[in-house]
Design a protein around this ligand. Structure first.
Ligand code: HEM
Length: 500
């Protein structure tokens, strides 16, 4: 009997060891390589304030697919075109979800928006509405006059601020341009003209949106170490709840007015997004309408204005490239009329400048995190469900194996070439690719190209006195959309139709 129980013990022990070495250990080994993970914090210490840069450095050591644990959350980071294609094309459907971060619940009105929605029926419905109603070519064209109006306001604004040789800080001017353009789309009018219906509420609404983005920028310890969620140590959940309630209050009022037949601006003639979303056959609940509207403000404003600021900064940094852009504009458009959107196809050098800007300075350097709801695979690695997947598009578009002299700002690499920024070339993914690709891509390209053409045609740009172009600091700041760290302050001189 004694012998039998010893034998049983031995049998169980040996079987467990065999199971461990045959099953558990290989499973662990099949994880992609990555830096050491420490208890509780995981690999957090390896990240600086510019995580895309830290992860690019780590990828040099551990390869184009890495595993990191950040707090208690599993992360995969991909850093070359081949691995990006695995995530965004080969296994696109598997990785098309979003991680359920705490702040996201409030920003998305309980996951009712597009950008943070989990992959499923609701998300697919919203993307279908984007493709068939909101971002069609006809709709884009219908907002053309609003965009053109904003371009003229921007030139007036810069001329006013730079009068008498004063220096201009360009960031707020670009921000005003892009937020007014978004406002035309959503509410049929520019921000400043909206007082007919809502008075100061309109400004407060935009401020709440900006605050929410700022809060979401913060690394929330409770996301990484869920046990801390109950304490909300950084006050992130509290602040998000507050701003989300402000926005909800404002948008409820708007929806009520529209349902009564009133618009934000009484004389607006274009069909705006609020009207479209209220009139759909597939009825959306109010939370989803609010989610889509705030999504577009969050995703469409800073991304475009930061890209414009990067483009202009690169041109001030490289006066010889600005000179070529001026020559093209003078040749194609001249100086006697303002450049318009229909000129853009005839300005290939300007278009190349925008592509090169998007390559070196993608506005969302690691896209928005992707997430798999079930076990999946990337290359030969098994990726367990609920893993965050980061596509380091910033590192990919600087990969020396894909780009010659990748750190040089050289628009010639795109001049008269058909390399696309739209997601078919996995070495260049400023708008992502696949099911989560940016739906505002066409709108963004028009605004950035026309915005840049407008300010170049109207002005000559110089760095602030005492700074040589070659000495400008071209580092980026931390943030969801990485702006240039030292905001561009310039001395423009008017060059269109004589002195302004
Ligand atoms: C230069 C300007 C812009 C850049 C670089 C940009 C880039 C991106 C990127 C990288 C993503 C995430 C892709 C992914 O998760 O793989 C995204 C998502 C998104 N973008 Fe843009 N974007 C820009 C402008 C816009 C504009 C103007 C709009 C709307 C008018 C917009 C609306 C959205 C929305 C709604 C999403 C979420 C899509 C989803 O999760 O399915 N974006 N954008």
């Amino acid at each position: 009997m004694e012998f039998a129980s010893e034998f049983l013990l031995l049998f169980v022990g040996v079987s467990s060891l065999l199971f461990y070495f045959a099953w558990v250990v290989p499973k662990k080994i099949s994880r992609p390589p990555g830096p050491p993970n420490w208890p509780i914090v995981g690999s957090l210490f390896y990240l600086s304030k510019l995580p895309h840069r830290s992860l690019e450095e780590l990828a040099k050591k551990y390869g184009p697919i890495m595993y990191l644990r950040l707090g208690s959350l599993d992360h995969i980071v991909v850093s070359n075109a081949e691995m990006a294609m695995e995530v965004l094309k080969v296994h696109d459907a598997d990785f098309a979800s979003r991680p359920p971060i705490i702040a996201g619940k409030y920003a998305s009105f309980d996951w009712s928006n597009i950008g943070l929605a989990s992959y499923g029926d609701h998300f697919r419905l919203l993307r279908k509405i984007c493709a068939t109603q909101l971002f069609t070519q006809a709709r884009l064209n219908s907002f053309g006059p609003g965009r053109q109006e904003e371009m003229a306001y921007m030139v007036e604004n810069i001329a006013k601020h730079s009068h008498g040789g004063k220096l201009v800080e360009i960031r707020p001017i670009f921000h005003q341009l892009t937020s007014n353009i978004i406002c035309h789309m959503l509410f049929g009018t520019r921000r400043e003209k909206s007082n007919d219906l809502l008075g100061n509420d309109f400004d407060n609404f935009f401020q709440s949106n900006t605050k929410m983005l700022k809060i979401m920028n913060k690394l929330n310890i409770s996301d990484l170490i869920p046990i801390l969620k109950w304490f909300d140590l950084q006050g992130i959940e509290r602040s998000m709840k507050h701003e989300s309630n402000q926005i909800k209050k404002f948008l409820s009022k708007i929806l009520k007015e529209y349902r009564k037949g009133n618009k934000v601006h009484a004389n607006s003639t274009s069909t705006d997004f609020v009207e479209i979303l209220l009139s759909l056959d597939e009825k959306l609940d109010d939370k989803s309408i609010m989610g889509v509207l705030t999504d577009i403000i969050a995703a469409g404003t800073e991304t475009s204005s930061n890209t414009l600021e990067w483009a202009l900064s690169e041109l001030v940094h490289h006066p010889e490239i600005m000179k070529k852009a001026h020559e093209e504009l003078d040749r194609v458009v001249g100086k006697n009329r303002a450049v318009v959107e229909s000129d853009l196809p005839n300005l290939p050098y300007l278009q190349a400048i925008v592509k090169e800007t998007l390559r070196l300075h993608p506005a969302v350097p690691m896209a928005i995190p992707h997430y798999n709801l079930k076990d999946s695979q990337i290359s030969n690695y098994k990726i367990p469900a609920k893993t965050n997947v980061l596509v380091n598009t910033w590192a990919i578009s600087r990969d020396p194996k894909a780009w010659k002299n990748p750190l040089d700002f050289n628009p010639d690499r795109f001049y008269n070439s058909n390399i696309s920024v739209g997601g078919s070339n996995y070495n260049l993914l400023p708008f992502g690719s696949g099911r989560r690709r940016c739906p505002g891509l066409d709108q963004a390209q028009i605004v950035v190209e026309c915005g840049l053409a407008t300010i170049l045609q109207a002005f000559d740009w110089f760095p602030r006195p005492g700074v040589k172009p070659e000495d400008m600091n071209m580092m980026e700041a931390t943030g969801l959309t990485c702006p240039i760290a030292e905001a561009l302050v310039c001395g423009p001189t008017f060059r269109l139709y004589g002195e302004k």
